[in-house]
Design a protein around this ligand. Sequence first.
Ligand code: SAH
Ligand code: SF4
Length: 380
Amino acid sequence: MSTPSPERSDLRSLSRSEVDALVVRLGEKPYRARQIFRWLHQKGAASFEEMSDLPAALRARLAGETRLVTLERAEERRSSDGTIKWTWRTEDGKLVESVYMPEPGRKTLCVSTQAGCAVGCTFCMTGTMGLVRNLTSGEIVDQVARVNRRLLELGEGAPPRPLTNLVFMGMGEPLHNYASVKAALDVLLSEDGPNFSNRHVTVSTSGIVPEMRRFGEETDVKLAVSLNATTDEVRDVLMPLNRRWPLGVLLAACRDFPMKRGRRITFEYVMLGGVNDSDEDAERLSRLVRGIPAKVNLIPYNENPGLGYRAPASGRVEAFRDRLLAANVTAVVRRNRGADIAAACGQLAAEGGPGDPRRRPRGGIGPGGTGPLTDGRPTG
Ligand code: SAH
Ligand code: SF4
């Protein structure tokens, strides 16, 4: 894995206190730090020139001492249901994706934390890529900045920031990129940044047990855990990391998780037809989460060609949910979003990039990648 290591640091990846220190080092008045931080993270400035209320001399010095790394919009696809998926190109040419999901009263962005993912879940498109590299904190927060700007351009939502909620459920395993995710959260929750509420930000992990406690101690955002199976036998096959941290160990970590008052852990459960969707699974699941303040999100599988798994049969998801409810487990079915643009959970693989099985044209979805932006009509 290689993360670019330029000599001049990326201004967008600096913490607030690092920007403070930089401003002092440049001999500027302290309030300049706040101005710069707001330009970066509230207004999403893509160049030093945009920072119009900074003296030209300061802008020149910033440009000399630092760099400003901005994601390039490689593709934008809009779904018939309002979902928008963006593919971004990083400075070194890697492709990552973010997905916007509008709902009444809430506008959520699903952000990526890595290009690819090392966990290798056998049902997940991102998992088939392996890890390409960790995203920097600047690249994580810039997904939010770019999308806020773009949504304002599209007339979706009001200034200063259309997005209300963030989920770290795009490409990558957040706890495999702990430092950048933590730094990104600090920026995203800060008052001079986009100022998201901790209750409106959820980080999802496949269950990297050794990092979970620390994450709970060092952040106050919500945690989601991808459970996806109720026996080690099945979870070993779906999620190879289960051999390292089996269900018993993972659920013990959930029980020990330093939970904030009134919070619950969300357990994600991808339902795979004939694999983990039986009545017995529902019974076992309700026993597994017993005693943990929990909510179960049932996600009907979005089929990925070539991975060999199917969506559950019709009616299965509801029957499964009803068994959980009968056992007093809070359970909701997560509606599939953006399936017509391959933006749904686990379909993110920077489509059109090398090694993407979906690159072959199929069923009305042409090869993606670096083509022109769609015209807003549904593509599916
Ligand atoms: N790596 C983290 C976060 C990103 S994956 C994690 O695994 O939790 C976000 C969610 O999408 C996970 O719960 C994962 O199980 C689910 N998922 C992956 N592929 C899917 C697919 N094809 N259909 C439905 N959900 C999927
Ligand atoms: Fe990685 Fe999550 Fe996909 Fe598993 S489900 S391969 S952890 S992104």
